[in-house]
Design a protein around this ligand. Structure first.
Ligand SMILES: NC(=O)c1ccc[n+]([C@@H]2O[C@H](COP(=O)([O-])OP(=O)(O)OC[C@H]3O[C@@H](n4cnc5c(N)ncnc54)[C@H](O)[C@@H]3O)[C@@H](O)[C@H]2O)c1
Ligand SMILES: [Zn+2]
Length: 378
């Protein structure tokens, strides 16, 4: 098992990455409870998940918690999709928490992907002004990204992640065995974010991916999850989590600019996603966004074309798109979406641009004309 500690203003918490961890959720949580001076047998645990994830993984988690003396109640989110990040579902969660009733000393366990983590995190952070939260992420994206760093959110009809809090969990338990049931498309999409971590902060991770990606994806297609595959995954997740934890420690509340680098490729990506009516998967959009950002950096002369090429080749090897397929793309529509980007100021755009594989910079004040030229080249 690999372990990282994230030091936040709300406390220092462990991120555990390893195999067969679901069976140990109870004993791992008991240790944290002990550290907070609570008697574990009194503690109520509220497991939040959805039907898909519950079918595979609820029983081992629940049994493990029961064996450790916790009192369990549970809630399955109704849709099993992004629709669960809504006011209605959040209200349902709050009502159930009050009906149980959960107390100040209770803990919410978020068992699932980023959607489950985001909405149950928001519920945990607001119920009785905040009760304990433990993330048990079950998608690669959630293990490398959403379960770490304390952002919680729901969406409004036309604005994604617009309502939320910064609320750090007490612990993150990432069991790589849970990833075996993910679909190939989910794998690809999550890997776009993994490549992102390589480019923004870990050249060794990038190199590792270049060396092993073909072997890994051929194992995936054969559903051959031998110990070499799982230990490769453990290493990849650990390396990504390390980058994310370091960035979050440096800029927990996204006020200093550093946390912005996690949005590498995302300014273009969000516009492409919005333009597709959110039919384009996020990871695919990020892949294209990173290619565009690298192009911009190459034009500036701040990135060598060979580094840009390396990124493009790696994305292609994973089966990720490197340019939009649609011929109905409109440059002015994409620009209009970008103007609404949270990073935009006074009509000028901010981009995260790579300087090399492993290092990026925040570039502010990029004119619409520059962006228009890059998009036209598509
Ligand atoms: N809080 C943050 O910092 C942060 C960061 C990045 C993304 N996000 C959010 O995360 C969400 C995306 O997360 P995601 O990619 O995990 O998607 P998701 O949570 O929607 O999960 C994708 C699908 O996989 C299913 N699933 C989950 N685990 C599974 C497993 N082990 N086996 C089989 N199926 C499984 C889910 O039921 C769902 O249908 C978005 O809402 C995004 O906004 C949040
Ligand atoms: Zn993303």
């Amino acid at each position: 098992m690999k372990r990282i500690y994230l030091r936040s203003s709300q406390g220092c918490y462990p991120i555990l990455i390893g195999r067969n961890l679901l069976r140990c959720v109870g004993s791992l949580m008991r240790k944290v409870e002990g550290a907070h001076g609570r008697a574990p047998q009194r503690t109520k645990v509220f497991i939040v998940s959805n039907r898909t994830v519950a079918r595979y993984y609820l029983a081992p988690v629940q049994h493990s918690l029961e064996r450790s003396g916790f009192r369990i109640s549970r809630f399955l989110l109704p849709y099993g999709s992004e629709r669960d990040k809504s006011e209605g579902v959040l209200r349902g969660l709050w009502s159930e928490m009050a009906r149980v009733p959960l107390e100040r000393t209770s803990t919410v366990v978020a068992l699932g992907g980023g959607v489950v983590g985001d909405v149950s995190g928001l519920a945990a952070s607001t119920y009785m002004r905040g009760i304990s939260l433990v993330h048990v992420p079950t998608t690669l994206l959630a293990q490398v990204d959403s379960a770490i760093g304390g952002k919680t959110a729901i969406n409004l009809a036309f604005a994604k992640n617009i309502i939320g809090t910064f609320y750090q969990p007490k612990m993150v338990i990432s069991d790589v065995d849970t990833l075996k049931t993910m679909s190939l498309r989910e794998w690809r999409n999550s890997f776009a974010e993994v490549i992102k971590y390589g480019v923004i902060g870990d050249p060794k991770l990038f190199r590792l991916l270049e060396l092993r990606v073909e072997w890994f994806f051929s194992s995936l297609r054969k559903k051959a999850f031998g110990s070499r595959v799982l230990s490769f995954l453990e290493t990849v997740i650990w390396r990504c989590a390390r980058v994310k934890a370091t960035v979050v420690e440096g800029d927990e509340y996204e006020t200093k600019g550093m946390r912005m680098i996690l949005n590498y490729g995302h300014t273009f990506a969000h516009a492409l996603e919005a333009d597709s009516g959110y039919r384009l998967p996020h990871g695919e959009a990020v892949a294209m966004g990173m290619v565009l950002a690298a192009k911009m950096a190459c034009q500036n002369g701040s990135l060598t074309s060979s580094a840009g090429e390396r990124q493009r080749r790696l994305l292609e090897k994973m089966g990720l798109p490197v340019r939009p397929k649609s011929d109905r793309l409109s440059v002015s529509r994409l620009l209009a979406f970008m103007k609404r980007d949270k990073k935009a100021r006074g009509g000028k755009l901010t981009f995260i641009l790579p300087r090399s594989i492993g290092r990026v910079e925040v570039r502010r004040g990029i004119s619409r004309e520059r962006v228009r030229n890059i998009l036209r080249a598509l």
